[in-house]
Design a protein. Sequence first.
Length: 333
Amino acid sequence: MNISIIGGGAWGTTLAQALSDNGNDVLIRDINPNFVKKINEEHLHPFFDVVIPKNIKATLNLKDAVSYSDVLILCVPTKAMRSVLHEINTIINTKKLFVNVSKGIEPETSYRVSQIVNDEINAEYIDGYVCLSGPSHAEELILRKVTFLVAASESKEKREYIQRIFSNDKYLRVYTSNDVIGVETGGAIKNAIAIVSGIASGMGLGENARAGLISRGIKEIATIVVSLGGKMETAYGLSGIGDLIVTASSMNSRNFQCGLKIGKGESIKDAEESIVQSVEGIRAIKAGYEIGIKYNIELPIINMAYLVVTNQIDVKDGLQKLLARDLKEEKYC
Ligand SMILES: NC(=O)c1ccc[n+]([C@@H]2O[C@H](COP(=O)([O-])OP(=O)(O)OC[C@H]3O[C@@H](n4cnc5c(N)ncnc54)[C@H](O)[C@@H]3O)[C@@H](O)[C@H]2O)c1
């Protein structure tokens, strides 16, 4: 089967390999001519020194990628998602299944990617929506290391379809969920907590502090998921706590690395710009903060992170203020 991937960076090209291993032909569209050349001429992953199968091709031409398949995998940074979908809508002429594998929420609107798809693509061209998420470093999956993901869709048929085309019995196992809100939200907001975890490490705090912030962070993720209409149990599954574990304590995570630099005293701008690939966490902090205001929910860690990344408070003062909050009972919603 033919499958199109829009965005051939670290994750998009890694998923292309899994799809190719499962017997599919893949066409990747990316805006970076060097990536396209590397994939087509050298059969190399653009970021990792890994040879990828020859039936993965790449193009700069969006129209070619959109017409190649009825399944469009969206894998651009979420800050580019709306403009990419807008462009797709000008050239699409048959129904497509939209599969989002990017992780983010639009801070200006608090929209998840499913909502941006509905906003930008004419309804007659949408043959369903699936969000594929979960604990996953591209650096590991590209080496075919065992990975577990979750495919969420309101349609049982579509989520099971995506489960089947990505799963194999060697290294990739995909579960399904009907909770699109929960899976999308968990995958996005965990990046905010990963930045906080990195900040804590950068400040020289120990494992105790980091584990505490991650645990209280998952509580904030669950609170947001439930406020937006998702299920609490989803926040404690692969796309929530699972992804938080992998992101909030690993140097493979760009969000953790970005937080680490902030915690060590680098400016927010320098920390963000020093990481070549997309860092979703700063936008996730802003989105979480906006959601907190909109739904009137208590998100002490995310709110303090917001003050830090918008340069309204220094990290040390931020930590001090978190510690000085009224003492509480430990409650998980
Ligand atoms: N890297 C991972 O391990 C991983 C795992 C799971 C999910 N994700 C998510 O996948 C998304 C992409 O991450 P990534 O690691 O592949 O980032 P990346 O920066 O490596 O790749 C993004 C790609 O999108 C391309 N791009 C940017 N703007 C574009 C546009 N307007 N049109 C077409 N292509 C465009 C870039 O050229 C780049 O190749 C993020 O939301 C991330 O959170 C990443």
